[in-house]
Design a protein around this ligand. Sequence first.
Ligand SMILES: Nc1ncnc2c1ncn2[C@@H]1O[C@H](COP(=O)(O)OP(=O)(O)OP(=O)(O)O)[C@@H](O)[C@H]1O
Length: 342
Amino acid sequence: MSGKYLLEINNLRTCYKAEHGDVWAVDGVDILLEHGESLGLVGESGCGKTTIIKSIIRLLPERAFSEGEVIFNGENLLNLSMSEIRKIRWNKISIVSQSAMNSLDPVYRVGDQIVEAIRTHRNVKKKEAWSRAEELFELIGIDKSRLKDYPHQFSGGMRQRAIIAMALSLDPEIIVADEPTTALDVVVQSQILKRIQNLQNKLNSSMIMVTHDMSVVAETCQKVVVMYAGKVVESGSVESIFNEPSHPYTMGLKNAFPSVKGEKIELISIPGYPPDLQNPPTGCRFADRCPFTTKLCLEEYPEVVEVNKNHKVACHHLNKVEEMRKLAAHRSTWETTGKELV
Ligand SMILES: Nc1ncnc2c1ncn2[C@@H]1O[C@H](COP(=O)(O)OP(=O)(O)OP(=O)(O)O)[C@@H](O)[C@H]1O
């Protein structure tokens, strides 16, 4: 273990080479993850969240490449050979993905699949691996007798918990949960998120939670990174970002999801769509959807400024942030997108 950070992503840029031109889906992203910390990577569909994860563990398609640094335990993962990266994937950085529920093989008992996963990476006897699987089922709250069941005998929520057990089976240093609960109903979703959070605390592993839902982040994370169109627009502690959102996009995202504390707030969605990443604007990428856009926003990409301890924002209008916050809470504000309101 070296350094303060377990994972340090510096100026990560990832490009997909498509027929009609290059798509820089991730464009200059910095992320710092500390030991034992849980970080929420949040933003609308298509903003580059999954691309960041695929870049970290080098699972990009052939016609894609990354630049920059992804330092994990002192090594730049982008420079490792495929055989070296395979030793890290799953073993040290494990993924619970969007489609994980379908990744259990229907013809094998769930327990055997966990045992198999453990024994592929660790030189242990079957019996020892089975005890580990029992221990993990206890941790995720499923009776160990159910290890003998087939996946179809599990509910969706149980299947997802079994996948989490599998992801934890090798004591990874980082658990990446990529939209782990989107396919589940709200009640099960909340139970699973609580469980993930408890487990992460108990095991003291670090976590990256990828989601489009701000309330999921509020429930499970300590730190937040808000992405928009391939760039980080705001990052900081959950308290800081929720109490004092400083980028209009974060303010908009907060409006769009029900409060986890159950406070009644009016849900307001952000009108419009993110820009085409094949031809991104020169200025702030959120400018054409932002109610506070000025000429400067259209012309120059804003610098990242630290507004509070470890709370960083890329917006030209931080001098009027309080006024923006007040206005952003009203639906009418978002109906005037593109007109200088402050
Ligand atoms: N294989 C690919 N070839 C070309 N472009 C791609 C490819 N995969 C993703 N993209 C583009 O990269 C951008 C980022 O996609 P990515 O899947 O990382 O976003 P995301 O935030 O994870 O979205 P979602 O929440 O929908 O998964 C999108 O504009 C997408 O169209």
